[in-house]
Design a binder for this molecule. Sequence first.
Ligand code: SF4
Ligand code: ZN
Length: 130
Amino acid sequence: MTATHTDTWRRYAVCADPDIDPDLFFPERGKNATKAKAICTTCPARQACLDAAMAEEADIGWRYGIRGGLSANERARLAGKRVVRPRPIVHGSPGGANAHYERGEKPCDICRVAWAEYRRTRRAQLTVVA
Ligand code: SF4
Ligand SMILES: [Zn+2]
């Protein structure tokens, strides 16, 4: 296996969904990013996305836009006190699916089912808010 989880997380990126407006992740100055951040909270790739942003931006500087649920300012602050928080896996829950992804592994069957259900619910809620 040559691909690492640093490559594969992108497959699970919720913001890659063609139904999601990419501009949400680049709010105009002064507008808030609540909606994009809400989407990130539903994203199984969130931790990997954030890790990638932190690794990349530590070298090139903090980029405008929401990545891994955080704004550029928030990521810059995080860089000062980065903490790795391995979470216990509660199988059969959306959080369990996240915990699998955070470890760079695919979720087990019951976590995948729980995640799919959670995502459907969250998407329905986001649609109502819009
Ligand atoms: S955490 Fe947010 S920005 Fe990162 S892949 Fe998921 S939806 Fe996209
Ligand atoms: Zn599991």
